[in-house]
Design a protein around this ligand. Structure first.
Ligand code: NZQ
Ligand code: ZN
Length: 396
């Protein structure tokens, strides 16, 4: 196992009716900005529950954060933050709203490049947090009410923001939500497409911290295998008419998605985020939903990196898919095939052609990977631009 330091201070309030916990979580003297998206929370009763819980608090609202939140939209929140002297953010929505609130929280207190970090004039454009990976030294405190289980954003320090088709990420412990409310019943209003996207995103977060090479991290491996099996079992039930409204199914999916990216399973093991990095370019360039880029890229990554991942692919075949017969190559191929069948069952695409992309579009993605410095991805840093091209061509 690799050395690691691990702390996850986000307090989770899990279960039906837990939104009311926010009234205790947020200090009474805070000046709160309630941050949300396009209005789904007004149609499913979440907004009304939040307003009731904030009965004794002073709060303001900022809405309109779109999926794959845009820098321009997020920067608009700075006016109200200054004018109303906001000192606490409450994000209510999916990963885009939570990620957006994190960027708003960091941008509000951003003072520009620190001494010695730049040769030139002091520049205080918060975009540098993403574009130049400037360290976040201060951020407004925030909490989250999650309405779409997928990203794990509710209890991690990651945020992904888009500007002019450039989809960039930053990470800081200062933007990790102090608390997160996970009420599975609020996910009942999700469309099938969003349910599928969430299950696939969580599945692939787990895979990217698991399917590398073994460091004998038995706890991490078995936690990951448990999450993968749970998502394989419960994901399809959330789409099936008879079990669609089953809150136990929703609860298991929701907790899996949080656990998949709260830092626990990734502590002390190698990681391979190549599927995500290539996927972000597909969203930035063509607007494809985040999870759908991943379901297209991952099978090709598994095939192209088969030798590097051989030992773990065999473990995955045996422990996740119970494939115990046959010679090694055949077992690996069968595990990849079953992964693709699961994606198809979850109604997400597995090929670029499924989303009308062709050979000529691959060049654009490769150019963007180069532009963003994504030239040595994977657990061995051996996914060069040439290998990424091979992955994308195989995904056609
Ligand atoms: O905006 P509203 O009206 O709320 O509608 C949203 C949005 O249209 C809707 N929705 C959310 N909860 C709902 C609901 N509709 C009905 N009922 C509910 N209960 O769903 C739509 C999609 O929401 P979005 O937040 O975009 O989805 P998701 O949670 O999948 O987040 C995707 C974003 O997270 C980033 C992605 O890149 C993408 O920008 N990621 C963040 C990560 C992180 N912070 O750790 C890791 C991920 O890998 C990912 O990159
Ligand atoms: Zn993701």
């Amino acid at each position: 196992m690799l050395n690691f330091s691990f702390q996850n201070p986000t307090r989770i309030h899990f279960g039906e009716g837990q939104i009311k916990a926010i009234s205790q979580e947020i200090p009474l003297d805070a000046r709160v900005l309630l941050v949300y998206g396009g209005g789904s929370i007004k149609n499913n009763g979440v907004y009304q529950q939040v307003i009731k819980a904030l009965d004794e608090h002073t709060f303001f609202e900022f809405s309109g954060i779109e999926p794959n939140p845009s820098y321009d939209t997020l920067m608009q929140a700075q006016q109200i933050i200054k004018a109303e002297r906001i000192d606490y953010l409450l994000a209510v929505g999916g990963g885009s709203v939570v990620d957006g609130a994190k960027f708003i929280a960091a941008a509000a207190l951003y003072e520009g490049e620190r001494e010695g970090e730049s040769e030139g004039a002091k520049d205080s454009d918060p975009w540098d947090i993403l574009a130049k990976q400037q360290t976040v030294t201060k951020a407004l405190p925030m909490g989250a009410i999650l309405t779409l289980p997928a990203t794990g954003s509710e209890s991690n320090g990651n945020s992904v923001v888009t500007r002019d088709g450039n989809k960039l990420a930053f990470n800081s412990p200062l933007v990790r939500p102090l608390f997160a409310v996970l009420d599975p019943s609020v996910t009942l209003s999700l469309s099938d497409r969003q349910i599928s996207n969430g299950v696939i995103d969580a599945f692939i977060h787990t895979i990217e911290q698991y399917l590398t090479y073994s460091v004998n991290g038995k706890v991490q491996d078995r936690f990951s295998e448990g999450l993968l099996q749970t998502l394989i079992e419960e994901g399809p039930k959330a789409l099936r008419a008879e079990t669609r409204e089953d809150l136990e199914v929703r609860a298991n999916i929701m907790w899996s998605a949080t656990m998949a990216l709260n830092g626990l399973i990734g502590a002390g093991v190698p990681q391979d985020w190549s599927t995500h990095m290539i996927g972000h370019e597909l969203t930035g360039a063509f607007g494809i939903d985040h999870a759908r880029t991943l379901s297209i890229v991952l099978p090709a990554v598994m095939k192209v990196q088969k030798e590097q991942k051989r030992e773990k692919l065999l473990q995955y075949a045996t422990r996740v898919w119970q494939i115990t017969e046959g010679e090694d190559n055949a077992r690996i191929d069968q595990a990849i095939e079953l992964t693709e069948q699961f994606f198809t069952q979850m109604q997400v695409p597995t090929r670029l052609s499924d989303v009308n992309l062709q050979r000529k579009d691959v060049d654009l993605v490769i150019n963007r990977l180069q532009q963003h410095g994504m030239t040595s991805l994977g657990e061995h840093n051996d996914i060069t631009l040439e290998v990424s091209r091979e992955i994308l061509l195989l995904a056609l």
